[in-house]
Design a protein around this ligand. Structure first.
Ligand code: EPZ
Length: 468
């Protein structure tokens, strides 16, 4: 098979942060109230997996609409291009042509930067009968193993060996097709459900995935695959049934709005005691988040189809949160909601059950004057009257959003470093916030700050309760 030129269209390749851009900081002057309306972008966690899903289509271009311009989307594009896929960005659409996959091996240097890229193992194996994907490795929020993905593919007849950090999967026998299987997931992993559902679309026979993840992005992927001719039932429930077909055809599909971005803006309204509206959103996707906003005294109404309006309370109450797989409270909203609860009336207990290391934003919020104690995977948040601006560092994607939100409410100026995390998952966040009246701006580096950055001598240690 001849090598195909890798063509990344200009707009797809320019959302990649260089080391220069990693020096950029966000200067947030707190206290401004917000007003107006904000547009919500397409869902990052749908875009990434649906781009991988386009590998299943052996005919012409698939058009994927409403694709946000994010660093993670660029990275996934580079991985697909390295496999020989042609990609073209046209506005918020992505044309993906996987008719000639030239490679079954994804490059380590790219996969290691984007965990979601591991999900290509399912479609590649289903299309080519072989796939060699580097182990994605852990990240800031946890070890992130992939055993459930591997075990499911083995149940479908794949021979999977992990060797030198590479997951080598291939099919024996002449017909090189995965076989339908009954799969029970020990944990309703989003990624494992998506990988196995994609693989099963081209398998021989019927596959059922039990204890499947029910996240809206899983259902969005299933709808995309169905639009290409796949036979999938039950996506969005804990049991998914897929009857394999010989091949899938092209489609033109628009992905769902980003419920995490929408949740982040609801909190921006609440934490600044502002009334704002946002659309497009699918309110059902935010049920758990809206319930917690109501619990603290804010009001969220659907004042037009697919549009939400937040009417903030005067002084928000405390509430307890436990992150869970969907439809439970989303782990991706834990950090932003914690920022809000730092200013509530009373004590809130936040329990992170999905990822083992997703409380790293606590230290930075404490630097801004929050009163938070960590005990294992629990954070006890004692509401304080006011936060104060400080220099802080974002440790991961959702932690960076929490620091922006805290900065909007804080007295004085907050300077946030580590914006490469923010750019992975929020499209034009500061522009959207500026349009709502927020006082913040991105500066090339700390050297460009209006007033010098006062870096405290000592780092603030979070009081950790002794293990009892
Ligand atoms: C998806 O990650 C999202 N990423 C995450 O969003 C999100 O936090 C997560 O689902 C949970 O909702 C994308 O969709 C690209 P999991 P994923 O497999 O699929 C364990 C964000 O901020 N597990 O459901 O990787 C795992 O370690 C990101 O946008 C195994 O033990 O999540 C974790 O503790 C962050 N073995 C738990 O399951 C496995 O084989 C949930 O992981 C797979 C997972």
């Amino acid at each position: 098979m001849e090598d195909r030129p890798i063509t990344l269209s200009p707009s797809l390749s320019n959302t990649h942060s260089s080391s220069e851009e990693d020096k950029a900081v966000l200067q947030v002057s707190g206290g401004a109230s917000l007003h107006g309306h904000v547009g919500i972008s397409g869902a990052k966690n749908s875009a990434l997996v649906i781009m991988a899903g386009a590998l299943l289509c052996s005919s012409q271009d698939c058009r994927i609409r409403n694709v946000p311009a994010l660093a993670d989307v660029t990275r996934m594009g580079e991985i697909l291009s390295a496999l020989g896929v042609k990609l073209e960005r046209q506005g918020d659409s992505l044309l993906v042509n996987a008719s000639h996959i030239a490679q079954s091996k994804a490059p380590y240097e790219l996969v290691s930067q984007l965990r979601a890229s591991f999900f290509v193992i399912g479609p590649l194996l289903a299309r080519l009968g072989v796939a060699k994907i580097p182990l994605p490795g852990g990240c800031a929020i946890g070890a992130r193993p992939v055993a459930l993905h591997v075990r499911g593919l083995q149940a479908m007849g794949a021979d999977v060996q992990i060797d030198h950090g590479i997951v080598n999967a291939h099919l024996r026998g002449r017909n090189k097709r995965l076989q339908g299987a009954k799969i029970y997931l020990d944990y309703p992993s989003v990624g494992a459900t998506e990988t196995l559902m994609m693989a099963a679309t081209l398998a021989e026979g019927e596959t059922t995935i039990e204890n499947a993840a029910q996240e809206p992005e899983v259902a969005d992927l299933a709808n995309f695959c169905r639009a290409m001719g796949a036979k999938i039932r039950g996506a969005g429930t804990n049991t998914i049934t897929i009857v394999g077909v010989p091949s899938l055809h092209t489609t033109d599909y628009a992905i769902i709005p980003d419920r995490v971005e929408a949740g982040t803006f609801l909190i921006a309204g609440a934490i600044t005691h502002s009334e704002i509206s946002l659309s497009p959103v699918i309110p059902d996707h935010l049920t758990a988040v809206i319930a917690k906003l109501h619990a603290i005294g804010a009001q969220v109404i659907e004042d037009a189809p697919n549009r939400l309006r937040i009417l903030p309370g005067y002084r928000h109450l405390a509430t307890d949160i436990e992150t869970l797989p969907y439809p439970g409270f989303p782990t991706d909203m834990q950090a932003p909601f914690m920022a809000l609860l730092t200013l509530s009336d009373g004590d809130s207990v936040i329990t992170e059950t999905v990822f083992e290391n997703r409380l790293r934003h606590v230290a930075e919020l404490t630097r801004m004057g929050a009163d938070i104690r960590v005990k294992g995977t629990h954070a006890i948040v004692r509401g304080v009257p006011m936060l104060s601006g400080a220099p802080v560092v974002a440790t991961d994607l959702r932690a960076s959003a929490a620091l922006v939100l805290a900065g909007l409410a804080a007295r004085g100026t907050t300077v946030i470093q580590g914006l490469q995390h923010l750019d992975r998952g929020y499209e034009n966040l500061e522009l959207k916030l500026q349009k709502l009246g927020a006082n913040l701006k991105r500066l090339p580096s700390v050297e460009h700050l209006e007033s010098p950055l006062i870096v405290p001598e000592t780092t603030i240690a979070v009081p950790v309760a002794e293990p009892s």
